[in-house]
Design a protein around this ligand. Sequence first.
Ligand SMILES: [Zn+2]
Length: 104
Amino acid sequence: MLRNLLKKLVWKKSEQIKTKPLKKQSTPKESVKKLSSSTAPNRFLKFYHQNKSRLNVERRGSYKDRKAHGICVRCQKKSLPYIVFCEYHQRKQKSYNLKARMAQ
Ligand SMILES: [Zn+2]
């Protein structure tokens, strides 16, 4: 009796695993349909909108990793203490910030 019950449980679990990937496969197709020409004017933006959740996770992951290891987030050099940039990119960022403030 117990073996039969276990078999049933295992079978149910394996069935759930089988059904999960099918659901995942159906969602990207739905998102493709939802994309209108205003949100995806070209193939690059279309790709971005289709994969943005995955892309954002990857990007933020590498940013956090680099920040934690003291590596510049724009290149492979060592970053300054308490700053996410190296000396060169810190200088660059300062000029970008100045330009942005001038534009306002
Ligand atoms: Zn750098």
